[in-house]
Design a binder for this molecule. Structure first.
Ligand code: GYE
Length: 317
């Protein structure tokens, strides 16, 4: 997706509303689908769109949002690469009377009036789901101590924080078995980084003591699998693999038995966004002053080797 300004071609007649959409980057095929879902929904619903790719840099995203403000778009939609540091630019948007909707990742901010709504996956619940699977990997007869290696995304992203806390609180609840996160490595959600982190870990630490790898996204998981293959450790068997997203290529690994559990993260934000935007502008027009919900969660599920692998619906990412 190159940076584009585009007008709708199909379905709905063109609306007189311009949406500025700043995406955080293109680090994963999950992210590509997320972008595609939002752009196609906006376009087919008749919105004019200014799209910018932040190239995984907050400074770039801030610059892009400032460009939207200067252009006087009617609404800003953006995926914050990190969870802090947005106060100044969002104040500028508020002063310009431009509403802001966050998609995917959330932010931490003192003045919560600086954005209207957050539409995204429930990262905490994803962490809980991963934790439930981890807690059920072994019976207490098999193991009383289970060691986990966690491979997180960017330390300052909202998803990483909640995927960690959701997981951590769940594994603490297991009785008769102690599950311990031996170490948390921080990557950037890319395959290359996943592989590099894993290679270094194998070189420097004792991989043999690890029972479970909990990776925060599929792209890093693919890199982790590459690194394990290189030293002949069998993922899925010698070490249980839990991952998040549900990309097609990782569902294939689940079916081959090289991944044990995939916690789905839903990238199809488009329809949710359209419904929020439509309501927002309707409430403005009819003067009812009603507000759209602050938090909109998308539906998500879990696929694992404990379920029916043939029943997994086809993936579009
Ligand atoms: O899991 C990952 C992506 O923020 C939920 O970012 C998102 C994560 C997603 O690149 O693949």
């Amino acid at each position: 997706f190159a940076n584009v300004s585009c007008t709708p071609q199909e379905s709905e007649p063109e609306k007189d509303i311009i949406i500025g959409f700043s995406q955080s980057g293109i680090e994963s095929s999950w992210r590509k689908r997320h972008t595609e879902s939002i752009l196609s929904a906006l376009k087919s619903d008749g919105y004019q769109v200014m799209y910018r790719n932040g190239m995984m840099q907050q400074s770039q995203q801030i610059q892009d949002i400032r460009a939207f403000i200067a252009y006087k778009v009617d609404m800003i939609v953006f995926t914050p690469i990190s969870h802090t540091g947005w106060d100044a630019v969002l104040k500028e948007a508020k002063q310009a009377n431009i509403p802001v909707i966050l998609v995917d990742r959330d932010i931490t901010i003192d003045d919560t009036s600086l954005f209207t709504s957050h539409i995204g996956p429930n990262f905490k619940a994803e962490g809980n789901r991963a934790g439930i699977y981890a807690s059920s990997c072994f019976t207490s007869e098999e193991k009383s101590e289970v060691n986990i290696l966690e491979v997180s995304g960017n330390a300052d992203s909202y998803g990483s924080i909640l995927r960690h806390s959701g997981f951590d609180e769940t594994i603490r609840n297991r009785s008769n078995i102690t599950l311990t996160i031996k170490e948390t490595l921080y990557g950037n959600y890319t395959r290359t980084m996943g592989e590099e982190l894993m290679r270094n870990y194998i070189k420097e630490k004792n991989i043999k003591e690890i029972d479970i790898i909990y990776s925060h996204n599929d792209e890093m998981t693919l890199g982790i699998l590459d690194a394990l293959d290189a030293v002949d450790i069998k993922p899925g068997k010698d070490i249980k693999i839990i991952t998040i997203d549900g990309q097609n290529d990782v569902i294939k690994e689940l079916k081959k038995g090289r991944v044990n559990c995939v916690v789905e993260c839903n990238p199809d934000a488009g329809p949710y966004l359209i419904s929020a935007i439509e309501r927002y502008f309707k409430y403005q027009e009819d003067g009812s002053n009603k507000e759209i919900p602050r938090e909109i969660y998308m539906t998500e599920t879990v696929f694992s080797d404990k379920g029916d692998l043939d029943a997994i619906p086809p993936r579009n990412y």
